[in-house]
Design a protein around this ligand. Structure first.
Ligand code: ZN
Length: 61
């Protein structure tokens, strides 16, 4: 079992591009989900995009 630190991408949908992630996000929002954001995965091994709830309003990189 692989565990990653911080924002793990296990169990989350992975998208290859930001567009795909955005598309997925729109779909979830249409279902009633709010405050979702498409973000680039920090995991290098993943290298994809995920859609998740906007965590802390932190823009520091
Ligand atoms: Zn990931």
């Amino acid at each position: 079992m692989i565990r990653t630190n911080g924002r793990a991408c296990t169990g989350k949908r992975r998208h290859d591009t930001e567009e795909q992630a955005e598309e997925h996000r729109e779909r979830l929002i249409a279902k009633g989900a709010v405050r979702l954001a498409a973000y680039r995965c920090r995991n290098r091994r993943c290298g994809g995009w995920h859609v998740g709830h906007t965590p802390k309003p932190r823009t520091t990189r």
